[in-house]
Each structure stands twice: as structure tokens, then as C-alpha cells.
Design a protein around this ligand. Structure first.
Ligand SMILES: [Zn+2]
Length: 87
């Protein structure tokens, strides 16, 4: 039975005191996070605090609104694809 203590410190690099490295104190930047909007992205109705529908990075008041929004996006995508095919 061998007791090997492994250290992660590299032997070639002596530990320097962090006095010379004066890093400016920058506030930590949080990753971009989508916050819950106050209104439904489809109909613009005010979202209820308790009841709302979240799907695909979007907030909607009801599942129906999400479906409407989705079909709208789908139509836009199809129109764009058709326009691209024509060109
Ligand atoms: Zn809605």
C-alpha cells in the first residue's frame, strides 16, 4: 500500500505574491439572461404573475398565444425561404 500525495502545483513556477498584479475591480458580468417581460409576446396582454406560458425563450399569456406566435414565425420563415428560392 503506497500513500502518494499528488500536488497540483507546478514545481517550476514559484508562487508569486499577488501584490504586483493589480487587476481593476470590474463588476462581474452576468450572462445575458432573458427576463420575463410584462406582456405577452404574441398579443401584448399583460402577463399574469402566477399564470403564464413559457416556451422557446418566449413568454406568452396562454398556450394558444404561443401557438399563434409560432405559426406566425413559421409563416415568416416560409416566406423568407420562398423569396430566397425565387432569387
Ligand atoms: Zn397572449
Amino acid at each position: 500500500m503506497t500513500e502518494e500525495v499528488k500536488k497540483d502545483e507546478p514545481a517550476a513556477q514559484p508562487a508569486k505574491p499577488a501584490e504586483t498584479a493589480e487587476a481593476p475591480k470590474a463588476p462581474p458580468t452576468p450572462p445575458p439572461k432573458k427576463e420575463k417581460p410584462e406582456k405577452c409576446e404574441q398579443c401584448g396582454k399583460q402577463l399574469s404573475r402566477i399564470k403564464w406560458y413559457y416556451r422557446n425563450n418566449g413568454y406568452y399569456c396562454t398556450k394558444r398565444c404561443w401557438r399563434e406566435y409560432r405559426s406566425k414565425r413559421e409563416e415568416e420563415r416560409k416566406a423568407a425561404a420562398a423569396a430566397e428560392a425565387k432569387a
